[in-house]
Design a protein around this ligand. Structure first.
Ligand code: BMP
Length: 250
């Protein structure tokens, strides 16, 4: 059944999770639905990138395990300061995919101690509903479908995955390349204004497409921004493109 695209203000009334509320308030305040995917590999590059894009984003998405010189004092403390300074949330794209007990350890232990700093995390739902119980004090964005060629997230899988996402209290959103129920926030990666793919299976759409056709709430942009010659200008361009696409889709 077709659901009508609704505004961030209306989403505030139906998405009750505290992290969803924060994200929506930031989106409205900053007039931005942009999440930058900071797929750089050193602390210096990460912090430099965040200084440039911070003012324009609602959240910064990290793959913290690709930072070669990770150190919680040198990497996380300044990152948290920047998040407070520029008013955005920290989203760790860990894509947890194990049994609850193992995920609990991966979430809180090891060198990264994700539970100490992430506002939201991504998780697969492949291990079932109970596996998501361990993510307390954080928002979970469930991976419902993927942007890559040949992904196994077919319709049958997606339907089952959405059932878990809408019913689990820790989950407030989904990563997907298709429409999802209004009570979840939709995050869409695979967004690029210049390219249609990366030669490694990634497939790109435009902001216009994902807001109009998928009714997404947030776009996730990596290389389109951090590989640009002028990173700040690129972030601003995607922010404006995303906001215009959102307004045009209402
Ligand atoms: P880029 O814009 O450079 O292609 O980066 C996309 C980012 O989004 C990567 O960090 C990737 O891990 C993530 N991602 C994706 O591309 N497709 C998905 O289906 C799910 C993702 O998390």
């Amino acid at each position: 059944k077709e659901e009508k695209r609704i505004s961030y203000e209306d989403k505030l009334k139906i998405c009750e999770h505290s992290v969803a509320q924060k994200l929506l308030h930031i989106a409205i305040q900053k007039k931005s639905n942009l999440i930058v995917s900071a797929d750089v590999t050193t602390t210096a590059e990460l912090l430099k990138l965040v200084e440039l894009v911070g003012p324009h984003i609602v959240a910064l998405k990290t793959h913290i395990d690709i930072i070669s010189d990770f150190d919680s004092d040198q990497t996380i403390l300044p990152l948290k300061d920047l998040a407070a300074k520029y008013n955005f949330l920290l989203m760790e794209d860990r894509k947890f995919a194990d049994i609850g007990n193992t995920q609990e350890l991966q979430f809180s232990m090891g060198v990264f101690k994700i539970s100490n700093w992430a506002d939201l995390v991504t998780a697969q739902v492949i291990a079932g509903y109970d596996s998501l119980d361990c993510f307390r004090n954080v928002g979970v964005v469930a991976i419902l479908s993927m942007s890559s060629t040949g992904t196994l997230t077919d319709m049958e899988y997606r339907e089952q995955a959405v059932k878990i996402a809408v019913s689990h209290p820790n989950v407030f959103g989904g990563v997907a390349q298709n429409k999802i129920p209004n009570e979840l926030l939709l995050f869409t990666p695979g967004v690029n204004l210049a390219d249609s793919g990366d030669g490694k299976g990634q497939q790109y759409n435009t902001p216009e497409y994902v807001f109009k056709k998928l009714e997404t709430d947030f776009i996730i942009v990596g290389r389109g921004i951090y590989k640009s010659d002028d990173v700040e200008k690129a972030a601003l361009n995607y922010k404006i493109a995303g906001w215009n696409a959102y307004e045009n889709s209402l």
